[in-house]
Design a protein around this ligand. Structure first.
Ligand code: DX5
Ligand code: ZN
Length: 224
């Protein structure tokens, strides 16, 4: 077992976005993680359709779009048109979560749900089989570069056991505060995909850092 690596473009240098996208293309990264914030669900505003379309024109890997917005159901088709391969909505933002998940699937995108640090994984019991991925937030959503919340390890284990016992094939993604140092432990707990913003883009050599993350995820496997 290993884990996919999804650099978060939130921490990229937007004055040279094309170079940053090409760097991810040439690296061992698996996905582009794209953080959409509306200034209402979270206290920050990031990018809209125009920027995601621009990234999509150059990207040679799937776009993993994480919507930190209220009423995500209003724009699912537009995110898909902008290039989203995966669309993840927040549990806390959806009164009719099951309906939104079906809406995402109808567009042909893979469907995900993100849960905030205070939200127990058990709220997903009755929808887990419908989900392609779950993002466990390991920081409070809104900003890159925050510290990892340690309780996350236990949440990954709990979710992993729920997925196994239901015979589902949902991928567990961890988002926030991922470093080369905590990668192995996250994979060991059951994470299948790791988002990394600050760790990648604020390092001396982002491409090499992606390699180190990928390697840390693999080394865990060799120990087993
Ligand atoms: C947080 C975002 C994350 C963030 C991760 O609200 O969802 O994807 O960019 O950034 P780091 O890896 O810097 O914690
Ligand atoms: Zn994210």
């Amino acid at each position: 077992m290993s884990a996919l690596i999804a650099p978060s473009m939130l921490s990229a240098d937007f004055t040279k976005l094309a170079d940053e996208v090409r760097m991810v293309n040439q690296s061992e990264a698996d996905w582009f993680h794209i953080d959409i914030m509306d200034g209402i669900f979270v206290p920050n505003i990031t990018m809209g359709f125009i920027v995601v379309k621009a990234i999509n024109q150059l990207a040679e890997k799937p776009l993993d779009v994480h919507l930190m917005t209220v009423h995500p159901e209003r724009y699912i088709e537009q995110w898909r048109d902008a290039g989203a391969d995966h669309i993840t909505v927040h549990y806390e933002a959806c009164t009719h979560l099951h309906r939104v998940i079906q809406q995402i699937k109808l567009t042909g995108a893979r469907a995900g749900v993100a849960i905030n640090p205070h939200t127990p994984v058990q709220v997903l019991t009755d929808i887990i089989e419908d989900l392609d991925l779950v993002i466990i937030m390991s920081v409070n959503p809104g900003f890159g570069g925050q510290n990892f919340i340690p309780r996350t390890y236990e949440k990954i284990r709990e979710l992993s056991s729920m997925i196994r016992s239901r015979g589902a094939s949902t991928l567990i993604e961890v988002d926030g505060g991922v470093t080369v140092a905590n990668t192995a432990k996250l994979v060991e707990a059951g994470a299948g995909s790791l988002v990394a913003g600050n760790t990648v883009f604020n390092s001396e050599n982002p491409k090499e850092t992606i390699h180190l993350l990928k390697n840390a995820a693999l080394q865990n496997n060799q120990k087993r």
